[in-house]
Design a protein around this ligand. Structure first.
Ligand SMILES: [Zn+2]
Ligand SMILES: [Zn+2]
Length: 403
């Protein structure tokens, strides 16, 4: 595994002479797993990374781009990433599933012609999107796990495991006060390289930066220690912290966690090559096929002009467009509300949230309000991370939902 830092800065680029060592480009980290190219975030550092790929004779034209979230400092390099202008190159983009704003809309939006001369749809390269929930996918030769972090509008951290080494990228995250950040600790557990958000000094944070969605070197040290990480890399440097200041923060952190580094411009970390390829895990993205002729049974009751669907426990059924179509065609004029009773639903994966998004779009098109009820805790967590809970009202009981 080889890790290279192309962009280390948070918030906004800082092309200033006293910030050359740690670098002025925003978030972009390259991870090579064998020949597979995995890119973490598309901040302005992506421009130079793209140029380097084009001169790399070993590169096969394919890359995977994992986006932590879509704040500017994590996507601004995308329109100037040279490979997207190359016919024959292939980019797979991954990011959090958000019911309120889909990933393709976001990247397309930043290239609308108010902001950029070339339209996203006119790009000659092959680009695809995978919207993730908190799950593990096989991406090239690595298993990649995503967990939601604490940040305004949300953010995803990623754990990349090639079977031999683990690198964890968890930026744009703020501690949860007195509560342990179980998601972050789970990602970070035993990491060889732990890249964490260290934007503010503890003093800045205490004075005026609470709620901004970032951490301090002290928070990073606490996570690295508890997670028993091997190397801690302070990342997402504040635009007002120059090289001298970051040097001093790194030194301070080393008093508590000796193996601490500051992410620096074009710095490379080499980890021992994996001996065996990670066990292949079938992508959770795979569409589950419902046999062609199997009739789809949609279970529902009509109550006080509402139609209440009792969603199946069978994941393959709920995750099928066929089921969604059958459900939607059951809704008739005169139904004033659609209620999804989730008592039986115990699993919801990324295909399932896609089904739910289709039902939500249908309800909007038809002008019939949609609500959800009887949601178990783990399903509720998925619905929160994907922001469905902000779009679709939820109720404890079917009675309340119908009323
Ligand atoms: Zn950021
Ligand atoms: Zn952010």
């Amino acid at each position: 595994m080889r890790i290279k830092f192309w962009g280390t800065r948070g918030s906004i680029p800082t092309p200033e002479p006293n910030m050359i060592k740690y670098g002025g480009d925003t978030a972009c980290v390259e991870v090579r797993v064998g020949k597979d190219v995995i890119i973490l975030d598309a901040g302005t550092g992506l421009r130079k990374m793209g140029a380097s790929l084009l001169t790399d004779t070993e590169w096969d034209g394919k890359a995977h781009l994992l986006l932590s979230h879509t704040h500017w400092d994590h996507i601004q390099g995308f329109p100037v990433f040279a490979p997207i202008f190359q016919p024959g190159s292939e980019l797979k983009i991954y990011g959090a599933f958000r019911a309120d704003f889909r990933l393709d809309e976001c990247l397309e939006g930043q290239m609308s012609n108010l902001y950029f001369p070339v339209k996203f749809r006119e790009l000659p390269s092959k680009i695809s999107f995978t919207e993730m929930i908190e799950e593990t996918l096989q991406i090239g030769g690595a298993r990649v796990s995503a967990r939601a972090l604490n940040h305004p509008q949300g953010s995803f951290g990623y754990r990349i495991d090639d079977g031999k080494n683990v690198v964890v990228y968890a930026t744009d995250t703020e501690p949860l006060g007195d509560q342990p950040n179980t998601n972050l600790l789970e990602l970070a557990s035993g990491a060889d390289i732990l890249i964490l958000d260290a934007q503010f000094t503890p003093e800045e944070y205490a004075r005026s930066k609470k709620g901004w969605g970032h951490s301090t070197w002290k928070d990073c040290v606490a996570v690295a220690t508890e997670a028993q990480a091997k190397t801690l890399i302070l990342f997402h440097h504040d635009p007002y912290h120059d090289d001298d200041m970051i040097d001093s923060l790194v030194l301070e952190a080393r008093n508590f966690f000796p193996n601490t580094m500051g992410a620096a411009r074009e710095q490379v970390y080499l980890l021992e090559a994996a001996q065996a390829v990670a066990d292949a895990v079938p992508g959770v993205q795979a569409t589950i096929q419902v046999p062609r002729d199997q009739p789809i049974r949609v279970s529902y009751v009509e109550r006080a002009n509402s139609i209440v669907f009792h969603l199946p426990e069978d994941l393959s059924l709920f995750n099928s467009q066929k089921y969604v179509q059958a459900l939607c065609s059951t809704v008739k004029a005169g139904h004033r509300k659609i209620v999804l009773n989730m008592t039986r639903l115990t699993h919801l994966d990324s295909a399932g949230v896609g089904s739910l998004a289709s039902i939500y779009s249908f309800s909007k098109r038809q002008g019939v309000p949609l609500c959800m009820t009887n949601i178990n805790k783990s399903i509720f967590n998925v619905l929160e991370v994907t922001r469905f809970t902000q779009l679709i009202p939820t109720f404890k009981t079917e009675e309340e939902a119908v009323a």
